[in-house]
Design a protein around this ligand. Sequence first.
Ligand SMILES: [Zn+2]
Length: 65
Amino acid sequence: MASYYDDNYGWYTIESQDDIDFYHQTQRASVRKKCKGCGQTVKIKREYAYCNSCADKLEKGYDVG
Ligand SMILES: [Zn+2]
């Protein structure tokens, strides 16, 4: 069991081989781009505009960017 960090989802715990595969798949599908919210360069999926922490704030109703 290990904790992995990914800019799409933040920290998450990996317990099985399936999760590891999913993690690597997500990493492969991700590109380095500037987050629309905080302006930081993050590794997120092509179709995503915000990093995990900004997406979190958006979900909670905060204004980002
Ligand atoms: Zn951000």
